[in-house]
Design a protein around this ligand. Structure first.
Ligand code: TYM
Length: 324
């Protein structure tokens, strides 16, 4: 079977180091090895309170970030979910196949409904069903994501199996593809995963200046509550390793074991490594920013390519479920 890569990202403003190390870094590699489709999932982003005036800017910001990171529109398809309405059509059909009990188990739903108590809507609940439609519409089988999305990919398999069993084989059962650094933790609270919703000091944005990166890494929590392993220190080592500093990590870990490692020294190394990776991305982004219209064109082209596949799949789906 031919491999097809699909992954998605929400347009929630500028991307952070967790998105980069958990997902995007491997997207840029995979696009050279397999047919790849990457989607900016705006219909997922509206399941929490948002400002409709800011959404278009956020969509093009994420597109710019992805292009600056190295997503190459001549190698892969990049598009916006709402421009291919087949996603929501298939999502509806999948709703009728998805057991509520499966959705109730989803940790992202549980977390988000705690975070957004005033707005626990049905879209937030069925979010993973639309995500299954995103992937299966293209019959994608490999899904490069961070660890927090593995449960959603497992649900895709449940839905694909149920569809195939009920209506006849049509969909593959997708598998997650994880990087070694599939769970980057918050700098300020290393018990939680890095995410924008925690606040500024918890994450490093791809757009952060060198000074801001230094400041955030310097104030990262390293204190050990008990024993000699601190999740904060482990996280810094993990970030360093993911950015290619394997030899450095080995050396610093040996020092750490002997008790001679100064955390300020570790932080300087980590900050400088992050800076050397992010500053070229920031520079490319500034260049791309000058031709924002071009980004719009790329997204329209991407949607055309995606929709060709989506239309064919929906023809098959409609026939199989008996509405044609
Ligand atoms: P989103 O927008 O929250 O995150 C995009 C990608 O970044 C990864 N990620 C992380 N990886 C490691 N450490 C972290 N701290 C971290 N934070 C985020 C996420 O795992 C994700 O891979 N539901 C998805 C979007 C989506 C999707 C899809 C993904 C919609 N349809 C179809 C794959 C296939 C989401 O909210 O990602």
């Amino acid at each position: 079977m031919k491999n097809l890569i699909f992954s998605g990202i929400q347009p929630t403003g500028s991307l952070h180091l967790g998105n980069y190390l958990g997902a995007i870094k491997q997207w840029t590699k995979l696009q050279h090895e397999h047919e790849s489709i990457f989607c900016i999932v705006d219909y997922h982003a509206i399941t929490v309170a948002y400002d409709p005036k800011k959404l278009p800017g956020r969509i093009s910001d994420v597109a710019l970030d992805l292009l600056a990171c190295g997503i190459d529109p001549s190698k892969s398809t990049l598009f916006v979910q709402s421009q291919v309405p087949e996603h929501t059509e298939l999502g509806w059909i999948f709703n009728t196949l998805t057991p509520i009990a499966e959705l109730e188990r989803m940790t992202q739903y549980k977390d988000k409904s705690k975070q957004h108590k005033e707005n626990i809507n049905a879209g937030l609940f069925t979010y993973p069903v639309l995500q299954a439609a995103d992937v299966l519409l293209y019959k994608a089988n490999l899904i490069p994501v961070g660890e927090d999305q593995v449960q959603h990919v497992e649900l895709m398999r449940v839905i694909a199996k149920k569809f195939n069993k009920t209506f006849g084989k049509l969909f593959p059962e997708p598998k997650p593809l994880l990087t070694e650094q599939a769970r980057v933790m918050s700098l300020a609270d290393p018990a939680k995963k890095m995410s924008k919703s925690l606040g500024e000091k918890h994450y490093i944005a791809l757009a952060d200046s060198d000074e801001v990166i230094k400041k955030k890494v310097r104030s990262a929590v390293t204190a050990t509550s008990h024993g000699d392993t601190s999740p904060g220190v482990e996280n810094l080592f993990a970030i360093l390793e993911a950015l290619g500093g394997e030899a450095l990590v080995k050396e610093l870990k040996a020092q750490h074991k002997k008790g001679s490692l100064q955390y300020s020294e570790l932080k300087d190394v980590v900050a400088n490594t992050i800076i050397s990776h992010l500053s070229p991305i920031r520079e490319r982004r500034a260049e791309l920013e000058k031709e924002r219209e071009r980004v719009g064109e790329i997204l329209i082209e991407g949607a055309k390519t995606a929709q060709k596949i989506a239309r064919d799949t929906m023809e098959e789906v409609r026939k199989k479920i008996g509405v044609r």
